[in-house]
Design a protein. Sequence first.
Length: 345
Amino acid sequence: MNEKKHITFIINPISGNQHKEALPKLISSDIDHERFDIEVRVTEYKGQAEEIARQCAVDGVDVVVAVGGDGTINEVARALTHTNTALGIIPCGSGNGLARHLCIPMNVREAISIINQCQIETFDYGVINGIPFFCTCGMGFDAFISLKFAESGKRGPITYVENVLKEGLKYQPETYEVEDETGAHRYKAFLIACANASQYGNNAYIAPKASMRDGMMDVIIMEPFNAMEAPQISIDLFNKTLNSNSKIKTFQTKKIHIHRSEPGAIHYDGDPLMTDKDVDVHLEPLGIRIVTNPDAVEDNSQPNPVLNAFSDLFNNINNVREDIEKRGRKIQAINKLMLRKLSKL
């Protein structure tokens, strides 16, 4: 008889919108006790998930499951890099970018069933200014929005899109000096993102073709755009077609150095951080073991309600354009129509 594996579940009680009081009992009832011995820990402060996971790796725990959002997953995962302890994921956050990329179910019971199958594979991860990331990192507007999102006190796609619409057309692009294996280049950019996985979360695909096992990260440079171009960029973001937009430049690299004129924000897996003018990003190939979905098939047949809202906005943009031009209220008119569509989801 095979020896049981030891799994520790780390629950972040404040991630996302859903209550988690019932999760320990649900985990205990659904886990395969014939295969696994389990421990459930609930965090009490930011950073504790990393502390627990690091000790688990030292103690030889087989799997540590992050129960929370992208921030919790990042905390746990960075403690497990280059160890024999695998990361498991039960997504309970507002974006769940890494879980969605790996086709981990959003339903808790279904996610536990993936843990029960315990198929483990090895993946790449990235590092920005010494901090590991597993999905995306970046600077410019997406880091700025991460700050706004963190300050808002509300979670979910509607809050995220609301911040994008309120701030997007007022945000001033910066000029960046970007150096990779091919040399140095200058870009005026709305944002620069480095992607190990395909999306930010909420099915917003910043790097539709990104792979976590190709030894390369996808770099996305979004050039400045105006009010009339913004809806199409938003549609492409949710429709996995951003790489075909004329405002987007993409390339792959193993490492990159970025210099900007002033210190500012960066983000790693959606968590914002203020840093200096110089930013270094590189890829660590096959450095993290993750429990994966053995039957992973992305379901593209279901309509994306957020995409539909953006599509309706774009289709109706001519209806508001005359009013926008007359009143000089581009942002307000677009925001009102967009948020009205989202409120009906």
